[in-house]
Every structure is written in C-alpha cells, then in structure tokens.
Design a protein around this ligand. Structure first.
Ligand SMILES: Cc1cc2nc3c(=O)[nH]c(=O)nc-3n(C[C@H](O)[C@H](O)[C@H](O)COP(=O)(O)OP(=O)(O)OC[C@H]3O[C@@H](n4cnc5c(N)ncnc54)[C@H](O)[C@@H]3O)c2cc1C
Length: 508
C-alpha cells in the first residue's frame, strides 16, 4: 500500500527540502534589452532559395506533376500555425515561385461538439491565426479561413481558384490523419497532394520507420541526423505573384464569438498567443531561466523551464527555431543546453513516433505486453482512496500537493512537468481501473492544459499510467511493475509546503 497516507499534507516538510537552494522567483534584470531575439532571428534567416530538404516531403496523392494552366498553389495549414520557420510554407512558396503563381493559405475551422472544445484553446488558436493573416497580407500571400472539414471545403476551393498543387503539414494524430485521407478521396486525382513535416526537426518518417521502444532506441537515430536537419530556415518573403481576386478580411472577434465553445475554461493571462509572443517567451527563457534548467528543472517552485509548450503545440513557434536559438545563445550554460535539447528534440519527437506508429496511442492496448499484464494482474487490488472524475476535476482529494497541481492546471492551463508525472500516477492509484485512470487523465489534461490534445500529452499519460517508453520496476499493489511515485519522494525533491501554500487553499 502507498506510504503517503495523510490528511494535512502541508505540515509534512522534509529537512532536505529546506536545504535546497531556490531559484529566485522575482524577475532578474536582463543583460539585453527586450526584443533582441526577434531581431537576431530576422537576421539569421537565410536566402529564399535555401531549399526544403526533400526527405521532409512526401506525396500523399499518386499525382506528382502540377497540371497545366493552374492558377495558384495552396498550403492547407493544419498543425503549424505560423508564417516563418515553417517548412511546409517554404516548400509551397518555392513551388509557387518556380511556376510564377500566386500562393494561398487556407485554414479549415471545424469545432467538434466536445468538452475539449474550450475558449482557452480556440481563443489561443484564433489569435495566433490573426497574426498569420496579418503577416500574409504584408507578403501578398492570400489567407483564407474556411468553415468546415478539409475534405468537404477544400476541393471546391481548389477548383474555384484553379489551384494546381496542395501542400499540407504533418500530424500523427487520428483526427488529422483521417482528415487527410478524406481530402485525398475528394480531391481531383490530377492535383498533387504533398505533405511536409514542419513540426519535427528530423521528419517523423525519417527519424525512424518503426515504433521505437524508448528514448534510448531513438536518441542515436535522431542525433545522427541533426546536422542534416537542424539547419537555418530560409525567409518566406514577399510573394512576387499576387492573386487577382480579393479575400474577404476575417472578423476574428465575430468568428470566435460564433463558435460553440465551453467558456467556463477561459483564456489564460500568462501565455499570449502568436509567434511574436512565443519568441518573447523563448527570449525570456534564454535570458533568465536557461541557466537554472540543468539543476532546477524538477523543482515546481523554481522558474527554470522554458514554458514553451503551448506555442509549440499550436505551431506558433517552431521547435527547430527554439533548438537553434538555445544552442546559439546558451553556450555559457552547457549543463542546461544538453538536457533541454533532450526534452525538446528527443523526448518530443519520440511522442510523434509513438502516435504515428501505434494506433492505440490513447488506450491501454497501446502499452507493452509486460505492462498490460501487470496492470491486469493488479486491476482488482484494493485502492486506499477511490475518487470519481468529478472529485478529481474539482481537486477534492486528501492530497494537497495533487490538489494544488490540479488547481493550477484548471485556473492557469499549465502544470509543472515534474508534477504532471506525479499527478497522473496518483490517478492510477486512486481510481478503480487503469482504463478509467487513463481516460480521466487524458480528459483533464486535454480539457484544461493549454498545451493539451498533443502527442506529448498522450505519451505523458501513457508513460505515467501504462509504462510506455519505460521499464518494469519492483512490483507493488495497484501499480504492479509500473514505476511508482509518492509524496515522500516529492518532499525529498522540493519544498512541497511552499507549492501547496501557493496553489492549494483556494477552492475551485
Ligand atoms: C501526464 C503528463 C501529461 C503531459 N501532457 C503534455 C501535453 O499535453 N502537452 C505537452 O506539450 N507536453 C505534455 N507533457 C510533457 C511535458 O510535461 C511538457 O511538455 C512540459 O512540462 C511543458 O513545459 P515546458 O514547455 O516548460 O517544458 P520544458 O521542460 O522547458 O521543455 C521544452 C519542450 O520540450 C518538450 N518536452 C518537455 N518534456 C517533454 C516530455 N516529457 N515529453 C515530450 N516532450 C517534452 C515540450 O515541447 C516542451 O515545451 C506531459 C507529461 C506528462 C507526464
């Protein structure tokens, strides 16, 4: 049975936690004036003729040649909502320039009726797209916001505008894969449909052609390919071939107001949407937090993490851009740069590998055989505490650390990476089956975390509850051989009471 039984958790403070040196939470003075990174990035972007590596590109259609007499090229922007540092758009623009044709970008907006369709997520997404639309205008690229499923709205759009090639980006998740399949079926056969992995540094299908067992098995494959793929980006420049028709400007407030969203999960203050804000967050990481990443990344009380996940999740910021800048400007902090690149590149790209090659990426059948067996063997073990989804959602457990983490996720849309592991493992411990635990963890993570509904979230929950990318540990109740985490372990790592005081007392 777990040894962390208690009622007033915050009273239990381990001496080790007191000894730990804390990273100051107050903003330090920065050496450089704010905004320096944006300028540095603009200077670094290469010439427009720098080509997209062909290994990043694959044909989804049989057609590979653009049909004669086409009047434009289309980039259907699916996952990567940014104008610069986007290999799919770079490729689309290069095709358009070669053929001397106008360039269009379409986003297809379709909001599923679901508890996951929240104002928090769609507000962030639409405000990021507003920035993209403005940048398009300045570059003579036509931006179109279409309402409906890609397979239903894009074929008509393509024929109406006489477009000859459709380029899109890559996601390994079921919904986008299905949408791409549907589009392929409904698009005329003579229109080439091209996919470019604009999200990963090493394209998912190049990094590995199979499901990888763990970070250990994919690390070497990715790092060997980094010199080839971790390159500078060419600039997406002013497009020389302007479309003749005009586009109706988008009324973004009207669009957001028209969507059927759950407004009880509201937008958050700390994360401003868009590439400019994502770049500013990256700048503050390099200036203030990177030096602490190596030593304090597992301390939820320390400002040591990048906080970049929402911008990466929505594609407002390219992970490749973040990796390039941290390597370039973080040379003084080598003890931090290496573990950061491990998270940003190896761990993150492993999650796309998992979702791409495993259809069961969000259910217990996606676990290794040993893990499924051990979870089954212990499915009937007596649980010391059993909570419903409602209890957990409202942070009504006996554990103030867990409640604080849950509360922060609900109110701020974020949870510290270390606590995410603890949080999900406790859901396994306190619910009646692993299936239920996984479903509740995914529901809460995807509904409240601004970076949710992403391969990282599926893998984070599957790692914590189903042991994927991990090994078997000493057998114990409920968990079986799945790695266990407990409150005492947290007390040894950080000042738990400090965290609880900050996040727990308020009622949801
Ligand atoms: C139960 C659970 C749920 C999670 N849900 C999500 C989620 O919904 N969305 C999400 O982006 N991440 C998720 N993670 C992974 C990780 O916790 C977050 O990426 C990280 O906390 C985000 O904060 P940061 O940007 O400050 O990360 P940093 O530590 O600064 O890392 C930089 C970037 O590296 C990537 N990264 C970091 N840790 C991981 C990891 N363990 N696996 C894969 N990529 C990683 C992220 O893109 C992150 O932005 C989850 C982890 C767990 C255990």
């Amino acid at each position: 049975m777990p040894s962390d039984k208690r009622k007033t958790a915050s009273k239990a403070k381990a001496p080790e936690a007191k000894k730990q040196k804390l990273v100051p939470l107050k903003e330090e003075k920065r050496a450089n004036p704010e905004g320096w990174l944006q300028k540095a990035v603009s200077n670094q972007r290469g010439a427009t003729d720098l080509k997209c590596n062909p290994k990043r590109i694959r044909f989804i259609s049989d057609a590979q040649k653009m049909k004669q007499g086409s009047e434009g090229i289309l980039y259907w922007m699916g996952r990567d909502h940014r104008l610069q540092d986007n290999w799919a758009l770079v490729h689309a623009q290069q095709l358009a320039v070669e053929e001397k044709l106008p360039l269009h970008i379409c986003v297809c907006l379709l909001v599923p009726k679901s508890e996951l369709s929240t104002l928090r997520h769609y507000g962030f997404m639409l405000k990021g797209l507003e920035e993209v639309a403005k940048e398009c205008e300045a570059l003579d690229i036509q931006f179109h916001l279409l309402r409906g499923a890609p397979g239903e709205v894009l074929p008509g759009f393509v024929s109406e505008h006489g477009l000859g090639v459709l380029v899109t980006d890559f996601s390994p998740l079921r919904g986008p894969i299905q949408a791409l399949e549907n589009l392929k079926k409904s698009l005329p056969e003579d229109i080439p449909l091209i996919q470019v992995d604009a999200h990963n540094i090493v394209p998912c299908w190049v990094a590995s052609i199979k499901l990888e067992y763990s970070a250990r098995t994919i690390r070497g494959k990715i790092t060997k390919l980094l010199p080839e793929f971790l390159t500078d980006f060419p600039v997406v420049g002013k497009h020389g071939y302007k479309a003749t028709g005009t586009t109706k400007p988008v009324d973004w407030d009207e669009v957001l107001g028209s969507l059927q969203l759950d407004g009880t999960v509201g937008e958050v203050d700390w994360a401003k949407p868009g590439t400019a804000a994502g770049t500013a967050m990256l700048e503050s990481f390099i200036d203030l937090r990177l030096k602490h990443f190596g030593t304090h990344r597992n301390d939820p009380n320390s400002a040591a993490l990048s906080q970049l996940s929402p911008w990466i999740r929505f594609g407002h910021l390219s992970a490749q851009r973040a990796a390039l800048q941290v390597q370039r400007f973080g040379k003084k902090f080598s003890q931090s740069v290496a573990p950061f690149i491990e998270e940003l590149v190896v761990r993150r790209e492993l999650t796309d590998n998992y979702c791409f090659y495993n259809d069961n990426y969000d259910n217990v059948k996606g676990a290794y055989e040993w893990a499924q067996k051990t979870l089954k063997d212990h499915a009937k073990d007596k649980r010391e505490y059993v909570y419903t989804q409602g209890d957990l959602e409202e942070a009504q457990t006996h554990d103030n650390l867990w409640n604080g983490a849950q509360y922060q996720m609900v109110t701020e849309g974020k949870m510290h990476g270390f606590l995410r592991m603890y949080w999900a493992k406790k859901i396994l411990e306190w619910t009646s089956s692993p299936e239920q635990a996984l479903s509740i963890a995914l529901y809460l993570n995807d509904r409240y975390s601004l970076d949710g509904q992403d391969p990282n979230g599926f893998v984070g929950c599957m790692w914590s509850i189903c042991g994927i990318h991990d090994r078997g540990w000493g057998e114990r109740a409920v968990f079986g051989k799945i790695r266990f985490m407990n409150y005492k372990g947290c007390l040894r790592k950080f000042d738990v009471a400090r965290f609880e005081t900050k996040y727990c007392p308020k009622k949801l």
